[in-house]
Design a protein around this ligand. Structure first.
Ligand SMILES: Cc1cc2nc3c(=O)[nH]c(=O)nc-3n(C[C@H](O)[C@H](O)[C@H](O)COP(=O)(O)OP(=O)(O)OC[C@H]3O[C@@H](n4cnc5c(N)ncnc54)[C@H](O)[C@@H]3O)c2cc1C
Length: 353
């Protein structure tokens, strides 16, 4: 962009999954926006394989508010595939292998109690999957798949940049003038009605978000080549393997709450390799090793809202481990709050602290 605009309806700080989804929601309502992103090579959104998994966790529960989040996410990404003429949402079944006989039993009980209503769930018999050790079997679930997050961000950035809605660089907090509702970038003042922070885990250092109990978690991933294995469904069994191309997979992931940076570690590499070794019969060759930090908060729910004393400041954060599923509906709810005054549900509202 040669020069930022003088006046906009919303400045959005950060173009990860949060900022990108929000920018599209504003644009679709005809708002004038400016997205600022410093294009760091390793962020949660840039490294994430973007898995969408309806049944997750050790307790094999349906993902929180799946029936609200999933249709909103699916429709949002599908419509943007048309707008940007780029494919990024890939749907295919996912597998979950049982880790014990007790887990299979627990799953059966939940199935009988209707826990998975609305999902397609199919039992998989023990040791019936080629190349996988699955002594207790598992199940296949649908809908599932992944968003190619990098492609989504890139296609969106292209549109934002072409229409002069995007500026590459850092917005420092001392570049914000609270009196005049302006920000100063590239020696230029931009006046805005809303300033919305979508900074990912760096939001934990935002002086206007001190009330939020952030709990960012670093995660590492390996891109691996598995000669002679061609499973095209994501396999979850503690660690997971997700297809990239016919014989390349992302393998993940790790959780680390103290060392918050984007540097891959020997410990991370070894945790992932040992984890996939438990269920993968063939050896995996490492092609790439990356890390990012998930923007999580203590109750694991997203955070949307405006600042209690500076109402022109908005926030979209706390996407945690499920950014792909949660970002579209949270962006829509934040737009409704800022543009129409509709309060978001209390369980995702910033005002819960
Ligand atoms: C290893 C790993 C695996 C994951 N796997 C999945 C998965 O399979 N499925 C899933 O749904 N989720 C997954 N996630 C979680 C998902 O990546 C996050 O929930 C989501 O990407 C968070 O998006 P965000 O926009 O809030 O933050 P970020 O992606 O961190 O984006 C924030 C952006 O803001 C920019 N920024 C911050 N401050 C400023 C500033 N002052 N000025 C300019 N720019 C600024 C940053 O550079 C960045 O581009 C994973 C995360 C990790 C780390």
């Amino acid at each position: 962009m040669s020069q930022p605009p003088d006046q906009v309806d919303a400045v959005i700080v950060g173009q990860g999954l949060a900022g990108t989804s929000l920018a599209w929601c504003f644009l679709r309502r005809g708002a004038r926006i400016l997205v600022i992103d410093r294009a760091e090579p390793f962020t949660a959104s840039r490294v994430a394989p973007g898995l969408i998994t309806p049944i997750t966790g050790k307790r094999l529960k349906r993902s929180w508010q799946w029936t609200e989040f999933w249709p909103a996410a699916r429709d949002f990404y599908r419509s943007l595939e048309i707008t940007t003429e780029t494919q990024f949402l890939h749907l295919r079944p996912a597998l979950r292998l049982f880790l014990s006989a007790a887990e299979r039993e627990q799953f059966q009980q939940q199935l009988e109690q209707g826990e998975f209503a609305g999902l397609e769930v199919q039992d998989i018999a023990p040791n019936s999957l080629p190349g996988l050790a699955a002594p207790w079997g598992g199940f296949e679930m649908q809908p599932a798949g992944n968003l190619n997050v990098a492609a989504f961000l890139q296609a969106s950035a292209k549109v934002f940049s072409a229409d002069a809605h995007r500026w590459e660089g850092t917005l420092a907090y001392d570049q914000i003038d609270l009196e005049t509702r302006t920000i100063r970038i590239a020696g230029h003042s931009v006046q805005t009605t809303h300033l919305i922070f979508c900074e990912g885990w760096k939001g934990s250092q935002n002086p206007w978000l001190r009330q939020v109990p952030f709990r960012p978690a670093k995660g590492e991933l390996l891109r691996v080549h598995i000669p002679g294995w061609s499973e095209q469904r994501t396999v979850h069994a503690g660690k997971w393997l997700a297809p990239v191309t016919t014989d390349q997979y992302w393998a993940g992931s790790t959780y680390e709450w103290n060392q918050l940076d984007c540097s891959p570690t020997e410990q991370g590499r070894s945790d992932i390799l040992h984890g996939i070794d438990r269920f993968l019969v063939k050896p995996a060759q490492i092609l790439e090793h990356v890390a990012g930090v998930r923007p999580a908060v203590s109750d694991s729910h997203p955070v949307i809202g405006r600042h209690p004393e500076i109402p022109w400041f908005g926030f979209l954060n706390g996407l945690g481990t499920k950014g792909v599923l949660h970002a579209p509906l949270m962006a829509q709810r934040l737009c409704e709050l800022l543009l129409e005054g509709t309060e978001p549900p209390p369980e995702v509202s910033l005002s819960r602290w």
